[in-house]
Design a protein around this ligand. Structure first.
Ligand code: NAD
Ligand code: DAU
Length: 341
């Protein structure tokens, strides 16, 4: 099978590429990523010389390149490429619409033209908006996004749905809760708090810190997408989550405890505008119809993640200093923009 993975140099995309190459050593992966600030080829070091993994630096909104890539007998497209950070979307919404809506539509057009067997849109539980104290998001929950990020992801989902209904394109949409694990950019809650705590800096908690997220170890998200690729029924949406709801304060206190740092480092700062109060995923459909089960409990996953960041201080200090962005130029030099295996 030949996969075109977009956004495969980002957090979840790089974990997915490594996961798939391990699980299916006979598969071929074309990994296309624009290498924005969030794309880091260092994440892919362990697979960069594998002959069945090809990296291409390109924007998913570049129709000519997407058509060229999909003409190479691609079977399945998995679209991770996105602007993914809510806080950035509040400051700069336009790039979110360009990548998450227009980029998705460009990919869909190319997929249609080249008779792709399946298009998997990696979406998010944030498209459902926010929950009160009770209830969970199911695949039937109406979309009610509250941030420019989640609105752009919902826009992407709707255009994917429309290509299925109108043109019969075989698609799946996955909606996962908050991921954590290796290679997550240190602007997101868990890696940010780990890096702040290690530097004995203040940990900025938005508002009262009682907002709830439903955390899933990244490898469990990857295994669910693998199942969706192989068994997902065309046109269906699959929710992915591990029933691990925690308040932000619980997360931050766990990190401080694991690192032996004092809770006095916690500082409450001005809240995020439009801040969703609670997310909670009902993954029953994915579990019963696809046989998916998460392998990692939160207790072991968070310990493994903290251990990973402790063992990879060079990785995230290079990310924080911006030095990681030189890697592509160093590695590929004047071949910039060409396809690289
Ligand atoms: P990320 O920001 O770490 O990675 C995004 C990747 O997409 C980067 O490598 C970036 O360079 C690339 N990219 C951005 N714009 C591009 C463009 N125009 N063309 C090509 N590549 C481009 O994000 P992530 O956390 O790994 O999220 C991946 C996907 O999963 C996103 O679609 C996100 O909405 C979704 N998702 C994320 C989470 C989470 O908790 N992180 C949960 C559910 C769903
Ligand atoms: O639910 C899935 C989504 O999870 C994905 O679609 C997004 O791509 C991903 O970024 C994530 O969105 P969140 O907004 O939930 O993640 P973030 O790590 O930015 O924030 C998690 C919670 O922590 C949220 O309630 C805001 C809070 N927070 C975040 C930061 C960065 C803080 O209190 N302080 C912070 O400094």
């Amino acid at each position: 099978m030949k996969l075109l993975v977009t956004g495969g140099a980002g957090f979840i995309g790089s974990n997915f590429v490594i996961y798939m190459l391990n699980q299916h050593p006979d598969y071929e992966i074309i990994n296309v990523d624009a290498l924005t600030y969030a794309g880091n080829l260092e994440n892919l070091k362990s697979v960069e010389h594998q002959p069945n993994h090809t990296f291409v630096k390109a924007d998913i909104a570049d129709a000519e390149t997407m058509n060229e890539l999909m003409s190479q007998k691609v079977d399945v497209v998995v679209n991770f490429a996105a602007e993914s950070h809510v806080d950035r979307s509040i400051l700069e919404p336009d790039i979110f619409v360009k990548t998450n809506v227009v980029g998705t539509q460009v990919l869909l057009d190319a997929a249609r033209k080249h008779d792709i067997k399946k298009f998997v849109q990696v979406s998010t539980d944030e498209v459902y908006g926010t929950l009160g104290e009770t209830g969970l998001f199911t695949e039937k929950t109406p979309l009610a996004p509250n941030s420019p990020y989640s609105a752009s992801k919902a826009g992407g989902d709707l255009i994917v749905r429309a290509y299925h209904e109108t043109y019969g394109l075989p698609v799946n949409i996955t909606r996962c809760s908050n991921n954590y694990g290796p290679f997550q950019f240190p602007e997101k809650l868990i890696p940010l708090m780990i890096s702040k705590a290690l530097a004995d800096e203040l940990l900025p908690v938005y508002g009262d810190g009682l907002n709830i997220r439903d955390w899933l170890y990244v490898e469990d998200h990857c295994s669910a997408i693998d199942l969706v690729i192989h068994q997902g029924a065309s046109g269906e949406v699959y929710n992915i989550g591990g029933n691990n709801e925690r308040t932000n304060l619980q997360i931050v206190k766990t990190i401080l405890q694991e690192l032996g740092k004092p809770e006095s480092l916690i500082t409450h700062v001005k809240d995020r505008p439009g801040h969703d109060r609670r997310y909670g995923i009902d993954p029953t459909k994915t579990m019963t119809q696809l046989g998916w089960k998460p392998r990692h409990s939160f207790e072991t996953g968070i310990k493994d993640t903290i251990r990973w960041y402790l063992g990879h201080q060079e990785w995230w200090t290079r990310v924080q200093s911006g030095a990681y962005q030189k890697y592509y130029a160093q590695q590929y030099g004047d071949r910039l923009g060409d396809q690289q295996g």
